[in-house]
Design a protein around this ligand. Structure first.
Ligand SMILES: [Fe+2]
Length: 99
């Protein structure tokens, strides 16, 4: 698992010095989501018009990561996230790949 992580685009997320510091924890989480957004944006850019299936899957995951980022951003007081309330357990973005 470490080998797999070591080739990912994002650095490992580390707990803040004081794990009870909610603001610091939220900063770690929002930065992790922003790294994921950058990574999936890059995959979309590489596959657009070339590999439609990979592009479609990457775009779906990118939408998920943007939503996650918006949750933590909103908790940090960076503004309203604009996320929607989900009904059910399956993401509307990736559910078409899970059938
Ligand atoms: Fe995420």
């Amino acid at each position: 698992m470490n080998d797999f992580h070591d080739i990912s685009a994002c650095p490992p997320a580390s707990l803040p010095q004081d794990p009870r510091d909610v603001h610091a924890m939220l900063k770690v989480l929002v930065e992790a989501e922003r790294c994921a957004v950058r990574g999936y944006t890059q995959i979309c850019n590489m596959t657009a018009g070339k590999d439609h299936r990979t592009y479609d899957l990457s775009l779906s995951i990118l939408n998920e990561e943007i939503e996650h980022e918006s949750w933590f951003s909103e908790f940090l007081g960076e503004g309203p996230s604009g996320h929607f309330m989900r009904r059910g357990d399956t993401s509307p973005f990736v559910s078409k790949f899970l059938k």
